[in-house]
Design a protein around this ligand. Structure first.
Ligand SMILES: [Fe+2]
Length: 182
């Protein structure tokens, strides 16, 4: 497996850790227990910055690079995943804004926040699962060394601010939580 595809798989593992933390906090909230809103907002902020600005753009670049090699059905898959990248950007922003609003005393009904949170985590997980099951094997099959070189030249330069180059100021609550729970 090419090292950039390995990186995408590693990113998915990290994203899954973040989604697990998010759903654990949501379970507390759904059960009427205390839920750490600062932590949830930082988790969303991580998804907004790294997933939406580093990980998805790299995938989009690879998808566009293999596009000419694909049949109609495979092209539809790539189109669907790229459209999901766009809608995930919107959903992440909307959910973070809802959390911030509630934290600041907003009046959003609890049930609405619950539904939004559950749907958000489910969509992220479905998206990752679809990429791993169908898109990544296709990439492995269709990408050539030359195409990988092309991607490596044009790829977004964006460090992961939690798992690669930890930004302990920006993600204070998250790092505190991780050091207290391991
Ligand atoms: Fe992905």
């Amino acid at each position: 497996m090419h090292k950039l595809l390995e990186k995408l798989c590693k990113d998915h593992g990290n994203l899954e850790k973040i989604l697990t933390l998010l759903s654990t906090q949501q379970d507390h909230f759904f059960a009427g227990r205390e839920s750490n809103f600062d932590l949830k907002i930082e988790l969303l902020e991580y998804l907004e910055t790294y997933a939406d600005m580093g990980h998805h753009p790299l995938e989009n670049l690879i998808f566009d690079t293999v596009r000419t090699e694909l049949n109609e059905e495979q092209t539809e898959l790539i189109d669907r995943l790229q459209a999901q990248h766009d809608s995930l950007v919107q959903l992440t922003r909307t959910f973070r804004q809802s959390l911030e609003n509630v934290l600041q005393g907003g009046v959003m009904p609890r049930e609405e926040l619950e539904v939004q949170g559950r749907e958000y985590v489910a969509l992220q997980r479905q998206h990752i699962a679809l990429e791993e099951a169908e898109a990544f094997p296709l990439i492995e099959e269709k990408m050539t060394d030359e195409k990988w070189r092309e991607v490596a030249i044009n790829m977004p330069r964006y460090d992961d601010p939690v798992f690669e180059s930890p930004d302990k100021v920006r993600f204070t609550t998250l790092f505190e939580y991780l050091s207290n729970n391991h």
